[in-house]
Write a protein that binds this ligand. Structure first.
Ligand code: TRP
Length: 348
């Protein structure tokens, strides 16, 4: 709180379609938890999708609706918290352009996210496997990066500053982008006048939820459970999850610290965690039963989300109404900021 006013949150996600439990635990449930305590603005970063793929734009619209269905399912309340598409508010483009003058290309090339993506692009070009990636120099990657891709964090800074966001709930991987946002806010304020608050990144509580195979949960790795999966799908997926590879027989003692299913228990079967851990270590708990219990915990927690989501399934019109309303509210805030920016810069 600042005086009587709630601090403002600006958070966003790139629309890649349905959200999985990694997105839920790593970000979305945090948004919901903070709703009420803060004034929340939630942005669909559809322009950001173009930074890494400007060719296949046909699915961005549907993917955005699909993602917003999951936001609604998780409990984002459209009455309280405007949800909006970046591409529908022209001020994003305007502020992005202005901010792009206030940062050097060298600074943007040092962004670790970009470096990693450049390495991946150069690997793909040379058909190198990702396991060789560590040995590859990212230097040549810059030849493959578009102007807009280099500016990814500048666009993100515009997203945040356009709403004078004060708190940005993010995963650790996004902290470098928040840092660039802070630098831009400071530079603008110093050069012209104090228009922007310096936003703070707020890390999510629960560490990353791994995929069913223990790698990062990701659509492209095929190791996901979706918020919108049915109970049956969820059970089936959990039954295939990789546990402690050394625990082969039901009565072998297990090592919860290397077991993915145990990580899920820690989040979705909180009360039973101690029992589960000691039974697993003692070899009195088989993985099959353990997985069934895990799926039951998950399904119990996801049931209300699925119920809420069902109201919006097949109803693009309802989701669009919510977005259009959020966009009206967002546009108003964006307009106020841009006027202040123009005035500060004496742009007339
Ligand atoms: N870069 C963020 C991600 O990949 C998405 C994003 C775009 C964002 N604009 C934002 C996040 C503004 C927070 C605030 O997750």
């Amino acid at each position: 709180m600042v005086g009587n006013r709630k601090k403002r949150i600006l958070s966003g996600m790139r629309p890649t379609g349905r959200l999985h439990l990694g997105n839920f635990v790593g970000a979305l449930e945090n948004w919901v938890r903070l709703q009420g305590q803060y004034e929340n603005f939630h942005l669909v970063a559809d322009y950001h999708v173009l930074t890494t793929d400007a060719e296949h734009t046909g699915e961005i619209g549907q993917n955005s609706l699909e993602m917003v269905r999951d936001w609604l399912a998780a409990g984002i309340d459209p009455g309280q918290s405007p949800m909006f598409r970046q591409s529908q508010i022209k001020e994003h483009a305007e502020l992005h352009l202005i901010l792009s003058m206030l940062v050097t290309t060298a600074r943007l090339q040092r962004n670790p996210t970009l470096k990693e993506q450049m390495r991946e692009m150069s690997d793909r070009l040379h058909n190198r496997s990702l396991s060789d990636a560590d040995d590859v120099d990212a230097g040549e990657g810059i030849e493959l990066v578009s102007y807009g891709h280099l500016g990814y964090p500048v666009l993100q800074a515009a997203d945040i500053l356009l709403y004078r966001g004060e708190v940005v709930p993010v995963g650790e991987d996004q902290l470098p982008h928040i840092e660039i946002t802070r630098e831009l806010a400071r530079r603008f304020n110093r050069l012209y006048s104090e228009v922007f608050p310096e936003p703070e990144g707020k890390l999510t509580q629960f560490a990353r939820l791994p995929g069913l195979d223990g790698r990062r949960m990701s659509k492209s790795l095929g190791n996901t459970i979706y918020i919108s999966d049915t109970e049956k799908d969820t059970l089936q997926k959990i039954m295939q999850a990789i546990t402690d590879p050394q625990k082969v027989h039901k009565h072998d003692p297990g090592r919860p610290e290397v077991c993915n299913v145990f990580t899920y228990h820690k989040r979705f079967n909180v009360e039973a965690v101690e029992t589960i851990e000691s039974e697993c270590r003692a070899g009195t708990r088989g993985c099959v039963d353990c997985k069934k219990e895990c799926a039951a915990g998950l399904n119990k927690e996801l049931a209300p989300l699925r119920e809420r989501r069902a109201e919006y399934n097949g109803r693009d019109d309802l989701v669009l109404d919510i977005l259009v309303d959020g966009e009206k509210r967002a546009r108003k805030e964006a307009g106020i900021t841009i006027s202040a920016v123009r005035e500060a810069m004496k742009l007339g």
